[in-house]
Ligand binder design. Structure first.
Ligand SMILES: O=C(O)[C@H](O)[C@@H](O)[C@@H](O)C(=O)NO
Ligand SMILES: [Mg+2]
Length: 382
């Protein structure tokens, strides 16, 4: 039970996803990027693993903070270890990020599950073994027949419905796309998708993140006419009062915050301020499964849904262990990418989806990631 070692392996991972100047992903040629696997080991050799970009678990952060808090501790004390790491953030000069807390917390949950031979969501307390997924489409682009026009979005939406999705979220065009942002074009894409899929598919929009209040209101009013289920991140989430204003002026549910910091504490303030109708959390956004569950339960106490940001096993287990979340966000998707091909370092998908749009939680222990350790060893960089 006592943690004796924390290690990081950096390996090469082949992907066709490329980040643009704003950090949003788009398809491109296959290229190799560095990926890190954090491993926490106990005195009896039990291990838990979690994946992230190498910078999140760079040696100085692991040595100065993570090892100091975890080594010699009982791995089952996830709550205390998470609180201790969160307290170290204050004195870390912003070097110890919520993302690092998340990868450590996930590895501890994976360790607990692997040790007990149980999936994480069953350790938390399962609510369901399969969850409905919405297809989360990548941000728009200027790629011919990609996501360059409203018709491109409409055609892709039809493909997603045929695949089984019962919900679709659009991310529309954002800089560096040359002519964006453009509320009119956002609404044309949303109208084209609604026309293509009909009234029974749930639709949501995740918009350009820095619209003015006036533009966000215009966008929201347009989505109301199209019967969309929520509007997401149309303004800078650092302005909670802007979201309070928008929520007061729109009928369509406003969801958030996704990217704002402050973990579950700040999300409590959004609820108190009436800055959202649906709360949002995400394992990477709030610092782990542990605080994501706190956020889910916070929202539940206020009679609110809390939708979980992001794909991968860590978020799927949170959705499977809670009632007040309607969807699993499966993505990001693009006509030129085959999402079901998965990752080259996992032997199978962590979020397999059936033809009816349900993602089945793997019955494998821990986070259930079917890790190809031989692949990782063969492509190890350091
Ligand atoms: O890079 C990002 O901002 C996220 O990946 C984002 O595109 C997407 O995950 C999101 O906002 N989902 O709600
Ligand atoms: Mg979002």
């Amino acid at each position: 039970m006592i943690i004796t070692d924390i290690s990081v392996i950096v390996f090469g991972h082949v992907t066709r996803r490329h980040a643009d100047a704003a950090g949003h992903a788009h398809p491109g040629p296959a290229h190799t990027v560095e990926q890190a696997m954090l491993t926490i080991t106990t005195e009896s050799g039990e291990q838990g693993h979690s994946f992230c970009p190498p910078a999140v678990v760079r040696p100085d952060v692991i040595d100065k903070y993570v090892r100091k808090v975890l080594i010699g501790q009982d791995h089952r004390d996830r709550e205390r270890l998470w609180q201790d790491l969160a307290h170290w953030q204050r004195g870390s000069a912003a070097q110890l990020s919520d993302r690092t807390l998340a990868v450590v917390d996930c590895a501890l949950w994976d360790l607990a599950g692997r040790t007990l031979n149980q999936p994480v969501y069953k350790l938390i307390g399962g609510y369901r073994d399969k969850v409905p997924a919405y297809g989360s489409i990548m941000c728009g682009d200027e790629i011919e027949n990609g996501l360059a026009t409203p018709d491109d979005y409409a055609r892709f939406a039809e493909t997603l419905v045929a695949r089984g999705y019962k919900g679709i979220k659009l991310h529309t065009w954002m800089p560096p796309v040359s002519w964006s942002p453009d509320v009119g074009m956002d609404l044309k894409a949303c109208a084209a998708v609604r026309e293509a899929v009909g009234p029974d598919i749930a639709l949501m929009l995740d918009a350009y993140h820095w619209y003015s209040r006036a533009d966000a209101l215009k966008l929201g009013r347009g989505l109301e006419k199209l019967g969309f289920d929520w509007i997401e991140e149309p303004m800078d989430e650092q302005s909670m009062s802007s979201y309070q204003w928008l929520t007061d002026n729109l009928d369509i549910p406003v969801i958030g915050p996704e990217s704002a910091g402050g973990k579950h504490w700040h999300r409590a303030e959004w609820i108190k301020a009436g800055a959202c109708d649906i709360l949002r959390t995400g394992v990477n956004d709030v610092g782990g499964i542990t605080p994501a569950l706190k956020t889910m339960h916070l929202a539940e106490a206020f009679g609110m849904a809390c939708e979980v940001h992001g794909n991968t096993a860590m978020n799927l287990h949170v959705v499977a262990a809670t009632r007040n979340c309607r969807w699993y966000e499966r993505g990001l998707l693009h006509p030129f990418l085959e999402y079901d091909d998965g990752f080259d370092y996992l032997k199978s998908l962590s979020d397999p989806m059936d033809a009816d749009g349900f993602v089945h939680v793997p019955d494998r222990p821990g986070l259930g990631e079917d890790i190809d350790f031989d692949h990782i060893d063969a492509h190890r960089i350091r």
